[in-house]
Design a binder for this molecule. Sequence first.
Ligand code: BTN
Length: 248
Amino acid sequence: MERRSNFGARIERFKDVTSTQDVAKELAEAGAAEGTVVVAERQDKGRGRLGRKWLSPSGGLWFSIILRPNIPANDASRLTLMAAVAIAGALRDQAGIEAHIKWPNDVLVNGKKVCGILTEGGVRGHVLEYVAIGIGIDVNNNVDDLPSELLVPATTLKDEAGQELDLSELLNCCLRSLETEYKDLHEFNLILSRWRMLSAVIDQRVSVSEQMKSVEGKAIDIDETGALLVADDNGTIHKILTGDLKIL
Ligand code: BTN
């Protein structure tokens, strides 16, 4: 029997929120079902990785989805990789846009960032009780408003595709793609191999800064924990769990 789709069975829509992550986490704490989505036209306090601000004017697609993966908290990065594969796939399918993934969580088009992903979770013991995966896609918003201090330049889908995109259709397409990838979470090697095929970084020369440390070399792979493996010029392989990556 075919499993009924539940991603987006409940969608909470807002004009303005602080952050869809705040609302999603509140709903998750109150017991909202897996697949519940929170989407907003604008966010006043949109946030990105490492405590950064995420500008969220109208015209972009800003949403969070609640998942209850029942996996160890240590494996949370798998969900970010899974989401990146899903969003890059959705952009390719819906808009014919050649999207790639920059480790760990950016989706790029023509070498420029169009989407960021933020995974935040509620942990019970060592298990993830829920995660809120926040996805921000610059779609029809004004490219001139995008921050310029990013490690990669930013762009919008409208600018890359040469036309505006329908935000509801794009949301549906992202949800279908997320649901498809999520079904493979327990066969993570399948997701990893799709990630490798979509990667903008494997085989590239990169520099990655992780807290006080910085590594430069060739990105050779990611492992099953989502860590990036970088070979420096002495041939030493560094396993990098988190950080900011620049493609050189
Ligand atoms: C990043 O690249 O640093 C991640 C950005 C994630 C932005 C999205 S927009 C929807 C959701 N709500 C937020 O406040 N952040 C995420």
